[in-house]
Design a protein around this ligand. Structure first.
Ligand code: URA
Length: 267
């Protein structure tokens, strides 16, 4: 079921789309990234809303497909609200375009990670499905991302992501945190995850994937690597642009190529 009037949080509704409503969206945590994607990679761009900093833009890909470039905000609770309302305006495929910290020595800053499944350690997801419910990306949309990465010759890795609720404690940051006292159960977690062949930490895709499976839309995630957690806690700003540009270009190309299917469940 879709709704035409503006939604309470995202600030737009189906009526704002005009005659060619988008069914695919690029979803960034950062409103500046949502704006940059729209203004750099899309044409005929129109601002739909800046409500609550959840900037959303409607634009057109080079192949003529309408696409939404939207902001999820940081973390799973905000993402869950935005995604719920996006599905109700008619979105049927969502590619998260984010940033991430690598926990494997071979996954270098500047490269990208395409997540095929998440170890979801997020409270918001537990309101949507049981904790044991798999947090898996849509396989077809994920393959489209992988093919785009190959076509564009962007250094990429495909694997499992730890999707957690906090940037500091939940990613075992103590030196750069206001709270140097990590809970005992979090100490040594990064090394444990490394041995489980988890590639990286991020903060949204686990809940997005569970929502995709429960609601019946295609969800996928591509993130630029901006921290190397085998070496330290810091975000490497000097490599952020290359990493984020790689992730965006993969997502934009995939958004133009993916064969979006109808919704498979009632949202
Ligand atoms: N995003 C995260 O969640 N962690 C990082 O280290 C970098 C970006």
């Amino acid at each position: 079921m879709t709704q035409s009037e503006p939604f309470y949080h995202i600030g737009y509704g189906r009526d704002d789309f005009g005659s060619r409503p988008p069914i695919i969206a690029l979803l960034s945590g950062d409103p500046e990234r949502a704006s940059m994607i729209a203004n750099t990679y899309l044409h005929d761009v129109r601002l739909l809303s800046e409500h609550r900093g959840l900037n959303s833009y409607l634009g057109v890909l080079p192949n003529g497909r309408p696409v939404l470039s939207a902001t999820s905000g940081m973390g799973a609770p905000s993402l869950s609200i935005v995604v719920n309302e996006m599905v109700r305006v008619g979105i049927r495929a969502i590619i998260r375009v984010g940033t991430t910290g690598s926990i494997q020595p071979h996954v270098r800053t500047g490269s990208v990670v395409i997540t095929h499944a998440a170890m979801c350690r997020q409270g918001a997801a537990n309101d949507i499905a049981p904790v044991e419910y798999p947090a898996v990306a849509d396989p077809f949309l994920t393959l489209t991302l992988v093919q785009a990465a190959r076509d564009l010759h962007v250094a990429h890795h495909v694997g499992i992501t730890a999707s957690v609720d906090t940037f500091y404690e939940g990613q075992e940051r103590a030196e750069s945190s206001a709270n140097p006292h990590l809970l005992r159960r979090l100490l040594g977690m990064t090394e444990e995850y490394r041995h489980l062949n988890i590639l990286n930490y991020e903060m949204e895709c686990g809940t997005l994937f569970k929502m995709g499976s429960v609601y019946g839309f295609a969800a996928a995630c591509v993130c630029g690597v901006i921290a190397q957690r085998t070496e330290g806690e810091r975000v490497m700003l000097e490599q952020k642009e290359a990493a984020v540009t790689g992730a965006i270009e993969i997502a934009v190309r995939a958004a133009g190529q993916f064969d979006v299917r109808p919704l498979t469940a009632t949202a």
